[in-house]
Structures are given as structure tokens and as C-alpha cells.
Design a protein around this ligand. Structure first.
Ligand SMILES: Cc1cc2nc3c(=O)[nH]c(=O)nc-3n(C[C@H](O)[C@H](O)[C@H](O)COP(=O)(O)O)c2cc1C
Length: 592
């Protein structure tokens, strides 16, 4: 009998024991507890229960579930004839005794160092590399104890006298015990194993022989990764354990057969010890393959997925979505008051100060910073000579820290890195910074070293080439024509958030996004202009004096003082006045 047949037989034994017990319960109720009139049926049930139990013991040994269900019923029914007084107690409390048997099933296996009864239910979906681990067993012991508690509660709820009315009493004593089973019980059986498995990382399980591993693999097929896989993998293993056999993986099923398949898709020829070590993760399959220590014939692509086909299932996309944490409010960097003394503004817009809405914000910000005592250098990037990065990595290899191009970036990089605060100022062009700004940022690569560090959040970052210059802050200014931030500034925002989280010493201190920017110069928006100018100026003062920027200043430029609909019709009207008649910059109102 193979493992699958044996499991089915065990299950059949349990169902028989349970059904016989239930039949007896019904008969006892129908006969108003006087079952001595029905000796033939009762003794028949007793006989079947005993036969089932003996068969089960011979075949499966110590199957606690069958033992538990059967023995209480056998003892109870026998008592009717041998100790009538005890038998009467049994008959009148059949449901309570039934729960008692379930209670013993839930409690006893682990007390006798056997697998808790929940293992077979909860191991569905996990391969042996997980279900054979101590952690998996411990989780099941917890769940089994929860069930034991539920059945104990059911016993109590069954025997409590609720009312002097027999009917009400019967209804309540039957119905109430079901409540904890369908609430706590179902949660414990379905959600808890997954939840606990997600929290407990299984210790890597090691197979001791190829034979064990090959026999276990069909049971451990990961149904998620095996979707659509249709292949035959032939193994020809020599050495300690000579194994010739093949796996057929198809329709979410995996079978292993000893022998040689006529038409395998992949043939793996290896020393058995080596293949065991690879499978147990003790040596790298890729490295051993490159060294020529084993051979793969036919379709090699299966090798890429072979491990994953037998790995524990990961959460489904749906679950991952549910588990996704709520976005946390971003925490902007704060420095000590008066730390920021020298500020450099890199303006990546093509327009001059009369027209640029972005520069309008940046200028007010630097005005406030100067008032608070900082020095500010303003650099218009489109006036500089900045070549595109060539991607040669000479700045990381041949001439560390130095770019092959000797253009204005040599000086700009120095200014960038030496600043206490950098201001990135760029209009929003196709949902990101302008090409001018991007080219400038690409050319900042020499200030990093090529090596990779991990920060506490697990972000990978390149080390700062000039850590002795200490920490610096940066602030972002941008403006866009559309009236919204979401699904518009996201790309730009994400880029600067990544610049923050992947830099060793550069920290984001504030972001200013001006929405519906293009019509801000219209006379009707005078008030909005004044509010924005004021907020930016105050932010500039605050960052120097207090070392941070209050969130309230950042929200001003994104606040439309009208509805989106009104804004859109105003903007459309404005554009239509120029359609085919006027060049934009000539026709649009300027900043003073
Ligand atoms: C090439 C180009 C691409 C643009 N892409 C966007 C965009 O993706 N989203 C948006 O809201 N505005 C977009 N705009 C509008 C500008 O962001 C807007 O006119 C802004 O006010 C310009 O800033 P500036 O005045 O500082 O130059 C784009 C404008 C141009 C010229």
C-alpha cells in the first residue's frame, strides 16, 4: 500500500467510527434512551466499532483519531449491558461523551509524543521540507490545544441545564457547543497555520538520502509554481546511491517512477551525493554546473525553476495586497538649528525667472534662507556645459571619483557635495524632472563608490566617496500644469525618495509641488501666488533657523483655491485665446 492509499484508508476508518457513533446517538434519542429494546442494532454497532478499531490498529497503529472516537463509544455501549447505571449516564449524555472523545483526540497525541491530529489537515500545500520541521509541529501542537479547549467548552455547554423545558434544553445544549467550533475552531484550522507559518521561518530541512528525497518530492509539489508545467525529468545518478528514475510533472501533479523514460525532456547525470548536496542547498547548483561536476541534457530551462517547484508556497498576490502595510507618512529629515549655512540651488528648468513657476517658488525659498543668515548660490543648469553620462564607469574604476568629461560638472559636483543643503528645482516634464536635471543627476555618479551597502531598511546603496563632508539635506521644488499631485508627480517624487533612501549622506528635508501652475501668473490668482510665495519664504527661513520644514508650508502649493472643474475650464479658455495666434511666452503674464 503506498502512502496515498494508506492515508485514504486511515480516513475511511475514522469516518466509519464517527458515523457508527452518530448512528448510535440518533438511535438512543429516538428510543428515548431505552436502547435495550434494540439489542440487535446496538450490538451490531458495537461489533462494527470493535472490528473497525482492530482493523485500524493492525493496519495503521496508533491512529489516535480512530482510537479516540471508537473507544468512548465502545466503552459507553458496553456499559449499558455490563454496568447499567453507568450506561444510563452515557446514553443520556451521548453528545457530551462524543465531545469528550474529540477532546481526547485533540489532547492526547502530543501528550504521547505523537503528531497532533491537526498535522494532516494543516500540511496541505506545504512540502515536506516545511511539514517535517520542528516549527511546523509546534504550530500544530498550539492548534491542537486550541481544539482541545473548544471541545472541553462544548462538553460544558452540552451538560449545563439551561431550562426546565426539555425541548428548549435539548435545542440549546445541541446548538450552543457548535458556536465556538465554527468561530474559533474554523479560524484555528484555516487561518492560524498560515499566519503562524508566515511568522516562523522553517529551519531548512535536509534529506538524508536521494531515495527519501525523491519519494517526498511528489507530495511537496508547489501548486502555485507548478501551474502550466508539463515536463519529464530523467535522473541518472551514480556513486553512493545509484538511482535511475524520472519525474513527470503535469497538470499540477508530480510522479516519480524508477527506470528510464523513453522520451524525457531533460536528463540530469550526476553523482548522487553531489545532487543531494545541491538539493539540500549545501552547495550551489549553478557553480557545480559551471565547474562541469554534473551534466544536463535536453531542455535546461527546467533547472531554473526546479527548486521553486518544490519550495513552500508563498502568499498569493491577493493576500499580499491585503497584507500590504498602510503607507506611513514620510518623515522628513531634521537637522540641528543653524546647521544649514550654505545652500546651492540647481535649477533644471529651461525658462528664465520671469516665466518659471518652479523658480518662483525656489526664489522665495532662498529669499527666506538668506534672511535667516544662509548663503545661497543659484545655478541655472541649462547655462552649463553638461554632457550626457557615457556609462563607462571610469569614475568608479580607472579614475575613481573623476569623470572622463572635463566639463562644468567637475565644479558642479564639488558644489553639490560641499553644500549643507541642495535645492533640486525642476518643472514637471512628462511626469518627471526635465532632461536637463536628469543629465545633471546622472553625472553625480562619481561622488559615490561602486560598492554596495545595505541600510537598516534593507535598501541597497553606494557608499559616499566623501563621508568626511558629513550629512547634507536636500529639498525638491517642481511645478506641473495639471491640477493634481497623485498620478502626476509620482515618478518625480519616487525618484527623489529613492535618492533619499539610497544615499548614505543625502536626506530629503521637504518637497514643494505647485499644481495647476501654468495659470498662476493670471491676475485672478494673485492671492494664491502670495500664499505660495509666503509659504516658500517661511520654509526657507525655518530650515536655516530651526533645521526643518513644517508640513503646513509644503501643502500650500498643492492647494487649489478653486475646484478642478473651474480650473480646467479657465485653462482651456486661456489656451484657446492663443490657439494659432500667439506664442505662449509672449502672451502669458510674467512674474515681475
Ligand atoms: C515637455 C513638457 C512636458 C510636460 N509634462 C507635464 C506633466 O507630465 N504633467 C504636468 O502636470 N505638467 C506637464 N507639463 C507642464 C509644465 O509642468 C508646466 O508648464 C510647468 O508650470 C512648467 O514649469 P516652469 O514654469 O517652471 O517651467 C509639461 C510641459 C512640457 C513643456
Amino acid at each position: 500500500m503506498d502512502l496515498r492509499e494508506e492515508t485514504n484508508m486511515k480516513l475511511a476508518n475514522r469516518i466509519i467510527a464517527l458515523t457508527l457513533t452518530m448512528i448510535f446517538n440518533i438511535i438512543a434519542h429516538v428510543a428515548n434512551y431505552d436502547v435495550t429494546q434494540l439489542n440487535f442494532i446496538v450490538l451490531g454497532i458495537l461489533g462494527l466499532l470493535i472490528t473497525n478499531l482492530i482493523y485500524n490498529q493492525i493496519k495503521h497503529k496508533k491512529d489516535f483519531i480512530t482510537i479516540g472516537i471508537s473507544s468512548i463509544s465502545i466503552i459507553g455501549i458496553t456499559a449499558i449491558y455490563v454496568f447499567p447505571a453507568l450506561g444510563e449516564i452515557y446514553i443520556k449524555n451521548v453528545i457530551a461523551f462524543f465531545y469528550l472523545s474529540l477532546f481526547l483526540i485533540a489532547l492526547s497525541p502530543q501528550l504521547f509524543k505523537q503528531q497532533p491530529f491537526t498535522v494532516e489537515i494543516s500540511k496541505g500545500g506545504y512540502p515536506e521540507s516545511v511539514t517535517k520541521t520542528e516549527q511546523f509541529l509546534n504550530i500544530n501542537i498550539i492548534i491542537a490545544y486550541i481544539w482541545a479547549f473548544i471541545f472541553l467548552l462544548a462538553i460544558v455547554l452540552t451538560i449545563i441545564p439551561y431550562s426546565s423545558n426539555k425541548l428548549i434544553n435539548t435545542i440549546l445544549s445541541n446548538a450552543l457547543p457548535i458556536i465556538p467550533q465554527v468561530t474559533i475552531g474554523i479560524y484555528a484550522a484555516t487561518k492560524l497555520p498560515k499566519y503562524l507559518m508566515g511568522r516562523v521561518k522553517a529551519k531548512p530541512f535536509k534529506f538524508e538520502s536521494i531515495k527519501d528525497m525523491f519519494l517526498a518530492m511528489p507530495y511537496g509539489l508547489n501548486k502555485q509554481t507548478a501551474k502550466g508545467v508539463d515536463t519529464i525529468v530523467q535522473f541518472d545518478l551514480s556513486g553512493n546511491e545509484k538511482v535511475e528514475g524520472y519525474f513527470i510533472i503535469k497538470d499540477l501533479l508530480c510522479t516519480f517512477t524508477e527506470g528510464v523514460h523513453k522520451n524525457p525532456k531533460t536528463i540530469i547525470t550526476s553523482d548522487s551525493k553531489l545532487w543531494l548536496d545541491i538539493s539540500n542547498g549545501d552547495v550551489s547548483g549553478d557553480e557545480e554546473f559551471l565547474k562541469g561536476n554534473y551534466e544536463v541534457g535536453g531542455d535546461m530551462s527546467i533547472l531554473l525553476d526546479f527548486g521553486g517547484l518544490f519550495a513552500p508556497p508563498s502568499s498569493t498576490t491577493k493576500e499580499k495586497k491585503l497584507k500590504k502595510k498602510k503607507p506611513q507618512a514620510f518623515v522628513y529629515k531634521k537637522f540641528a538649528p543653524n546647521k544649514i549655512k550654505n545652500i546651492v540651488v540647481f535649477d533644471g528648468g529651461p525658462r528664465n525667472k520671469k516665466y518659471s513657476k518652479t523658480t518662483f517658488m525656489t526664489d522665495n525659498f532662498t529669499k527666506g534662507a538668506i534672511e535667516a543668515g544662509a548663503s545661497v548660490e543659484y545655478i541655472k543648469l541649462n547655462k552649463m556645459e553638461i554632457k550626457n553620462c557615457s556609462g563607462c564607469y571610469n569614475c568608479w574604476t580607472k579614475t575613481p571619483g573623476e569623470c572622463i568629461y572635463k566639463d562644468d560638472m567637475t565644479e558642479l559636483r564639488k558644489k553639490y557635495r560641499e553644500a549643507d543643503l541642495v535645492v533640486f528645482s525642476s518643472p514637471l516634464y512628462i511626469f518627471n524632472v526635465t532632461g536637463i536635471m536628469k543629465t545633471f543627476m546622472d553625472r553625480l555618479l562619481p561622488i559615490m563608490k561602486p560598492y554596495m551597502l545595505s541600510d537598516e531598511q534593507g535598501n541597497t546603496l553606494h557608499p559616499d566617496r566623501f563621508p568626511e563632508l558629513g550629512e547634507q539635506g536636500f529639498v525638491v521644488f517642481s511645478s506641473g500644469g495639471f491640477p493634481e499631485v497623485d498620478h502626476n508627480f509620482d515618478g518625480l517624487q519616487a525618484m527623489y525618495k529613492n535618492w533619499n533612501s539610497h544615499s548614505e549622506n543625502a536626506h530629503l528635508m521637504g518637497e514643494f509641488y505647485l499644481t495647476a501652475a501654468e495659470i498662476i501668473t493670471q491676475p485672478v490668482y494673485k492671492k494664491r501666488r502670495e500664499l505660495i510665495a509666503d509659504a516658500c519664504q517661511k520654509a526657507g527661513q525655518q530650515i536655516v533657523k530651526e533645521g526643518y520644514i513644517s508640513q503646513e508650508y509644503m501643502t500650500v502649493p498643492v492647494t487649489l483655491n478653486t475646484t478642478k472643474e473651474i480650473f480646467k475650464s479657465q485653462a482651456d479658455m486661456f489656451w484657446s485665446t492663443m490657439d494659432g495666434k500667439e506664442s505662449y511666452l509672449k502672451g502669458a503674464p510674467k512674474f515681475k
